[in-house]
Design a protein around this ligand. Structure first.
Ligand SMILES: [Zn+2]
Ligand SMILES: [Zn+2]
Length: 163
């Protein structure tokens, strides 16, 4: 099984993703086959390859960045993984959906308006939904999806240099 994953690994384009180690706390790192099974998903080589790739890439990747298979195939797999709670999906305005393997902690995001860099931000107040509106209109609220927008240090510095 491991060999199949290794094969797929070489087919994955990793351009533009260099130098970032996103593997430390990845829940899919342990045993992808077990991970799929324990989440009620059928184990396929393609799903294993995508899980494996997600472990290698920095967080918040688009379907295109996952690569390896056709866009539609990756999209379908991401949908299954998302449905099983193995990946989280965020959709910042003006961006294609971004996927990450850090799930279940209700963390928030910071996004640069200029270069699109997206970073994790720990939940402001601990547990979901973390923010509670004063009036909820009878809704049962379970999540607050917060994206803070601004400029990353690099883009802010570049702006200062060339007014
Ligand atoms: Zn930026
Ligand atoms: Zn995140």
């Amino acid at each position: 099984m491991v060999r199949i994953v290794e094969l797929f690994k070489f087919a994955v384009p990793l351009s533009g993703m260099s130098g970032v180690d996103a593997t430390e706390t990845n829940p899919t790192e342990t045993n992808p086959t077990e991970t799929l099974r324990s989440h009620g998903l059928r184990v396929t080589a393609a799903r294993l390859a995508v899980l494996d790739t997600l472990g290698e890439l920095p967080p918040h990747v688009t379907v295109e960045q996952v690569g390896a298979l056709s866009t539609q195939a990756v999209y379908d797999i991401m949908r299954a993984l998302h449905g099983a709670g193995l990946v989280r999906r965020i959709e910042p305005a003006g961006s294609p959906a971004l996927f990450e393997t850090r799930v279940g902690d209700n963390h928030h995001h910071l996004r640069c308006r200029e270069c699109g860099r997206t970073v994790d931000l720990d939940c402001s107040l601990g547990a979901a939904p973390c923010l509670t509106p004063e009036v909820s209109g009878g809704f049962e609220i379970d999540e607050a999806e917060v994206i803070f927008w601004g400029r990353c240090p690099e883009c802010a510095a570049a702006r200062m240099e060339s007014p």
